[in-house]
Design a protein around this ligand. Structure first.
Ligand code: SF4
Length: 346
């Protein structure tokens, strides 16, 4: 990777785009083989937009999200592509950016909330110390000011008695409260994009709904964009403006939530939607799990990666040719499936 901090010569395509991922590949070279966890992802997020990235476990959603912030642990590494983030003076490409630029983008521009808040917090330090530290890392404010802002942030994310709880330790909080603290920490420096990786998976249903409502209201209040990584289509339906469906490291369908969920085009999206209950459908309607399993990470099928599980499989085509994204003539978004190859390439 090079050291160019700011990519002035290649602006983001739309003025309001805050993140553009293009041709991203992230792979893990292990003793037993190479895992292509992210295998050519293209996506973009506009200012104030909520994009849900959905798909079964093992489809590369989290690795893609971590790649955006260069948080993939060794032996994982980004091998190709661009991750363009809007900055004050142009665009930073996180793939080639130097460590100083990467640090400045993290927190200042793009923040992340993880599934397990405990794993990203220190058990040895109070909430006030940890959030205050995050504020002071990015802004030259006094300790007293950082503490004042921390109390304000804790109140904003719904922590009761924030002036008292600021001095508590993570182990003194419930799972839902800790996730609120993580969100407060992520908001500390006013990011333009929040990446939330399965932020409610470890929580009970009631707390899950509260955290999603909180995220939605903070997003509307601040105008930040949100990339929501989730395997739960109900969570996506509740939150998203747009959806990207991932399968084996690639985006197979993307578009506005209503289009994708009401009239899915890709056979994988259709199968995913058949596997969950739909609002308004008869209670006797049988749910159908997606046929087969996600293939073993080392054995990526040739041609279309979904072909061993696809009900519309075309022998001699789907197992030979890898589909590329095509745009629909009548709606925004794109789909990667040979059934649509006559339409315009995306
Ligand atoms: Fe199914 Fe073929 Fe489309 Fe892949 S390309 S999703 S196998 S129809």
């Amino acid at each position: 990777m090079g050291a160019s901090a700011t990519e002035q010569s290649r602006p983001l395509p739309a003025r309001e785009t805050v993140l553009e991922v293009e041709g991203l590949h992230t792979r893990f070279e292990l003793d037993d083989g190479v895992v292509h966890a992210v295998n050519g992802v293209d996506l973009a997020i506009g200012r104030g937009e909520v994009l849900a990235v959905v798909g079964e476990s093992g489809c590369g959603k989290s690795v893609m999200a971590r790649s955006v912030l260069r948080l993939v642990d060794r032996p994982g590494r980004i091998t190709a592509g661009h991750i363009r983030v809007r900055t004050d003076d142009g665009t930073a490409d996180m793939v080639t950016a130097d460590p100083r630029t990467v640090r400045s983008v993290r927190g200042n521009r793009v923040a992340m909330v993880f599934q397990e808040p405990m794993s990203s917090m220190s058990p040895m330090h109070t909430l006030g110390n940890q959030i205050g530290e995050a504020i002071r890392l990015h802004e030259p404010v006094t300790k007293a000011e950082a503490r004042r802002r921390t109390v304000e942030l804790l109140g904003r994310v719904g922590i009761p008695a924030p002036a008292r709880r600021v001095d508590e330790y993570p182990f003194q909080m419930s799972g839902g409260m800790l996730q609120r603290v993580m969100i407060a920490m992520a908001l500390a420096c006013g990011p333009q994009l929040l990446i939330a990786d399965e932020p409610t998976t470890a929580l009970d249903v009631t707390t899950q709904a509260q955290i999603l409502d909180l995220l939605r209201s903070l997003q509307q209040e601040t105008g930040m964009a949100v990339m929501l990584i989730t395997h739960d289509l109900g969570v996506a339906a509740r939150m998203a403006d747009r959806v990207a469906v991932m399968y084996l490291g690639t985006v197979v369908e993307e578009g506005p939530l209503d289009d994708v969920f009401r009239a899915p085009r890709h056979p994988y999206t259709k199968a995913l939607l058949r596997s969950v209950p739909r609002l308004g459908s008869g209670s006797r309607e049988r749910l159908k799990p997606v046929r087969g399993m996600v293939p073993h990470a080392y054995r990526r099928p040739a041609g279309c990666p979904f072909h061993p599980r696809c009900d519309a499989f075309m022998p001699g085509r789907c197992d030979v040719t890898r589909p590329t994204p095509v745009r629909a003539a009548d709606r925004p978004g794109a789909v990667s499936c040979l059934l649509y190859e006559e339409e315009d390439p995306a």
